[in-house]
Design a protein around this ligand. Structure first.
Ligand SMILES: Nc1ncnc2c1ncn2[C@@H]1O[C@H](COP(=O)(O)OP(=O)(O)O)[C@@H](O)[C@H]1O
Ligand SMILES: [Mg+2]
Ligand SMILES: [Zn+2]
Length: 512
């Protein structure tokens, strides 16, 4: 049977454990000096060596001939613990149902002497998952621990462990595995396994695994099933970070404020049955990369991408203000949460694109910042600050009369759909017979009404307000917004959100 690499390469000695010297040195010293505590708490993210360390330590304190604090791995105890014929080291998975029962039994069993070893060791994995009953049972034993019992609690979420339990343990915080350490180990394992792994591929593996050795080894396993020679391309294919043109295309559309383009890409992805939730996750990672490009002196250490993509990312990052990147990350995070609980993934993703392309719709502080940046850039480029004008009366349609109840209708729409309301915020409405003409300067309204069934919402609000049904007509500019219009919208909405549109307002400047 094929044994997964991460299991085959489970560390057997303290010396095999990488990147945790602050822990191995201390524990090894305790073994050497025979100063064993009753309870240990190992915390840290997954794949950092907590379980491996527990087993090494359990062997080390029971080994008949420890070598400088390390288990010898050859005495009958070491071998018996390894092959499971000695049962004095007990591993309890607190995440499973039996975990609770195990702790109850443990209270009885802990009082008996170990059968072969010096210490009976209880390794309680996922200790934060213990039920209250089990926690209390455990606490009882820990309050008066029998001399021959050692507890090792391992957890990824230490704050969920009862403080009274925590305070009785010697605590060790496992760090994420450092990239250099992980690379070196991956290269060593690959060599031993007869795989040819290139240095840059090892580095990419390490960066993707984000400090978790198990994930790195699983990914290496996956790569090895493609080919014996593992280079950047193998890794990027196995990890699914190849072929990311879609991500670039969407972010280009967002930066260019072209919702039509972004929506078109979503449509294509949908047609190709692409998983939109996954796409949203990838887009979030992509923006994280942009953020790193923008803020770090040496982003290549942390950005997860192919080397040839670095330049492209850099060029894109140059054109995106940081505020816009942060705004996009916030929106994408919201959307991801929404995607996980809605069936209407496509609509959610479309709304997301609209929000990303038009920060002017959002009251989110990052959106306002992003708007201000755009405003500043436009002003710097020489744009004049326009005077906000009320929309003109529609010409050439004298028989239309202004609809006086429109503000009330809008109020009803606001309660049904905040985004639609925002899109309609600058509109006026005119009536003739059973036709309602909406006049709006917002170029996106037309598209949104066509694509998202918004006309139904408007008609419902109209019917509720007036008791009549109307046909809808739309009037406004079909063309792309001109720069000055965009600016006008940004200004108006920044003002509405309470952001002053003159940076120097209130303070005297040289010009005055
Ligand atoms: N510090 C480390 N040094 C070497 N290998 C490690 C380390 N941490 C994890 N690994 C690798 O990952 C696998 C899983 O590690 P494990 O000890 O179960 O991590 P945890 O319990 O923290 O999730 C191990 O079998 C080993 O291959
Ligand atoms: Mg573990
Ligand atoms: Zn031994």
């Amino acid at each position: 049977m094929y044994l997964a690499l991460y299991r085959k390469w489970r560390p057997k000695r303290f010396a095999d454990l990488i990147s945790q010297p602050h822990i191995t040195v201390t524990l090894q010293n305790e073994v050497r000096q025979n100063r064993i505590a009753h309870a240990y708490l190992f915390t840290g993210s997954r794949g950092t060596g907590k379980t491996s360390m527990s087993h090494i330590f359990a062997k080390a304190i029971n080994c008949l001939h420890p070598i400088d604090g390390e288990p010898c791995l050859s005495c009958e105890i070491c071998r018996g613990l390894e092959d499971g014929s000695i049962l004095d080291v007990v591993e309890i998975d607190a995440a499973s149902n039996s975990g609770v029962d195990n702790i109850r039994d443990l209270r009885e069993a802990a009082n008996f002497m170990p059968s072969r070893c010096r210490y009976r060791v209880y390794i309680i994995d996922e200790a934060h998952m213990l039920s209250t009953g089990a926690e209390n049972a455990l606490l009882k034993i820990m309050e008066e621990p029998p001399a021959h019992v050692v507890f090792i609690l391992a957890t990824t979420e230490v704050h969920k462990v009862l403080p009274t339990i925590r305070s009785r343990c010697q605590r060790f915080d496992f760090h994420r595995i450092r990239t250099e350490d992980m690379m070196a180990r991956l290269l060593m394992i690959a060599r031993e396994e007869g795989l040819s792994l290139t240095g840059d591929a090892a580095q990419l593996l390490a960066r993707i695994a984000d400090g978790g050795m198990r994930d790195a080894l699983s990914l290496l396993d996956q790569c090895a099933s493609f080919s014996q020679t593992i280079d950047l391309k193998t890794v990027s294919t196995a990890a699914g970070i190849a072929g990311r043109d879609d991500l670039f295309a969407v972010s280009e559309a967002i930066t260019a404020k072209k919702p039509e383009d972004a929506l078109k890409i979503i449509q294509e992805l949908h047609d190709r049955s692409r998983d939109l939730e996954r796409f949203c996750e990838e887009l979030l990672d992509h923006y994280r990369n942009l953020m790193l490009m923008k803020t770090l002196d040496h982003p290549e250490d942390m950005v997860i991408c192919l080397p040839e993509e670095l330049e492209r990312l850099g060029a894109l990052a140059k054109r995106c203000p940081l505020s816009e990147i942060l705004y996009c990350m916030t929106v994408l995070q919201d959307t991801l949460a929404l995607l996980r609980r809605t069936a209407g993934k496509r609509v959610a993703m479309e709304l997301c694109m609209i929000r990303l392309c038009t920060p002017s719709l959002s009251e989110d502080p990052t959106a306002i910042l992003s708007r201000l940046d755009a405003l500043e850039a436009a002003l710097r480029a020489g744009a004049a600050v326009p005077v906000t004008a009320s929309p003109p009366e529609p010409e050439g349609s004298p028989s239309f009369g202004k609809m006086t109840e429109w503000p009330e209708v809008l109020e009803r729409i606001r309660k049904k759909d905040a985004l639609l309301y925002a899109l309609l915020s600058d509109s006026s409405a005119y009536l003739r017979g059973d036709t309602l003409l909406i006049d709006s300067p917002n170029h996106m309204l037309r598209q949104m009404i066509r694509q998202n069934g918004y006309s139904k919402t408007i008609r419902e609000a109209l019917a509720e307000q007036t008791g009549q049904t109307y046909r809808l007509a739309l009037r406004g500019n079909k063309a792309e917004p001109k720069e000055s219009e965009l600016l006008q919208t940004i200004l108006r909405q920044a003002k509405a959100a309470g952001v002053p549109d003159e940076p120097s307002a209130g303070t005297p400047t040289e010009e005055r």
